[in-house]
Design a protein around this ligand. Sequence first.
Ligand code: PBE
Length: 268
Amino acid sequence: QANKAVGPQVDYTITGIDAGAGEMATAQKAIKKYHLSKWQLQTSSSSAMTSTLGKAIKNRQAIIVTGWQPHWMFTKYKLKFLRDPKGVFGKAENIHTVVRKGLKQDKPEAYTVLNRFHWTKAEMSKVMLAVNKGADPKRSADKWIKQHPQQVRQWTAGVKHVHGQSLKMTYVAWDSEVASTNVVAEVLRSIGYKVTIQSMEMQPMWASIATKAADAQVCAWLPNTSGVYYRKYRGQFVDLGVNLRGAKVGLAVPTYMTKVNSITDLNK
Ligand code: PBE
């Protein structure tokens, strides 16, 4: 089987995630740029994609997914990103925190904490892996916070306690963003905010900040993956800068697919 072309083994299908994800648009672009005319990108969800991936790996079958890092799938499974010689997926990305206009004036304490929030890929992965193992996201966030008191104190240092002010965060239920959003929400709760977090598709998430229906989101993968909405809503939000450095997006396969190392190999 290792010698057979990969296309027929997977029905020329790339297993994707939610249609609204930036990575899905980029994967469509890759299909064009690499002339993968026989190939289709299957829309599903992060959880359906990882479940299909898990089953394929259990049976040592070929599979190609839209992958990203940080993500627990790279911890749990032996995966590799396919090389992307045309650079369609771009290089490493950073994740930014984006808040609504006027937040600094209205809720300066929240603004300060959101502005300071930043962590590493390894830290985010820890929370993601706990959630993947079945732990509640809020509890996993709490546990991480308890284990990193100095870091969290840096984000809240000198910030005065508020008394039940409300704060609304929006996010997309990608595993990475479930982790970051819950951690930030719990930190803001610890200084007295009544935080609600609401998951939605990517476009409404950006719109919620632009229309001031929501206060903050920590899910902006830039410059590429969230670039469409970053440009579309430019001037209608405040970019607080990087909260995680060196994220990556691309097509990924299990390492046992030794013949498939580059997106160009999908044409063989
Ligand atoms: N992701 C995770 C998102 C950004 C974070 C790569 C699935 C996407 O828009 O594709």
